[in-house]
Ligand binder design. Sequence first.
Ligand SMILES: [Zn+2]
Ligand SMILES: [Zn+2]
Length: 291
Amino acid sequence: MPTLPTTPIPSSAVQPTELMEPSPEILSSLITMLGNWPDLLGSDLARYIIGAGVVFLVVNWRLAGPLTARKIRKDSAGWSQIKQEILASFRTVFILSCAGLLIGTSYMMGWLHVYENPAEMGWGYFAFSVIAIILLHDTWFYWTHRLIHDPRLFRRFHRLHHKSHNPTPWTAYAFDSGEAAINALFLPLTLLILPISFLAIFVFTSHMIIRNALAHCGYEVYPANKQGTPLFDWMTTVTHHDMHHAQAGYNYGFYFTWWDRWMGTESPEYLKEFARVSPSPRRNAMQGSDL
Ligand SMILES: [Zn+2]
Ligand SMILES: [Zn+2]
């Protein structure tokens, strides 16, 4: 995580009229943050490469054999698709680093409720803030995702992501620039209203990239119960998002199934498809004995 220099300037020190044109404080903060831009870019790039790379190496390469029965599609994406996904993701990383620049400058101006010592507001609040930001992000993602599926916006904002009809972990950041900007805006907007520590932001972004890369890995890695339904049915599974790439119009959610179920946008075939790709020897034996 890049370090942000100096103590924030108290917001009371900035008069409303000074916001009309860039004040020396804003320019000074911006220039300082521009000096930190390589760090911001590096941390966003590292998050993508490590998150997508670890899931790719562990699931799609090391565990591909043991997980054969859990592979969702028969075919696999080729290297040319992966190359395009990585190139598009570099642009997303650049756009996310611009949001980091905005966050860093705003932090130095004292406009955001971000703090360095994670224990400052108590560990109970720390846990609450992590859960709250994940829930807020799930809501942001669901509704902006539905918005960019509108035919008037789809081609400009979301077509590139769906070019990966058969996704890979590298699809995680493969966005059009408009979609990347929508995703990048979430954190600065949230930090305007939610006091949160840098460590909580790190936990949130780490969880985000792992869930994102897993959602695109093509193997059902989430556990099933005896009936063949997801053990944690309130969480989205790999099948859930994979079906969105196969059959757009359903399954818009990111982390949780709640919004899709509340809004009636979960595929009616979802649980059947999940059961198909999460076979268990015990359930198969029980089904065999029923025959
Ligand atoms: Zn979509
Ligand atoms: Zn996707």
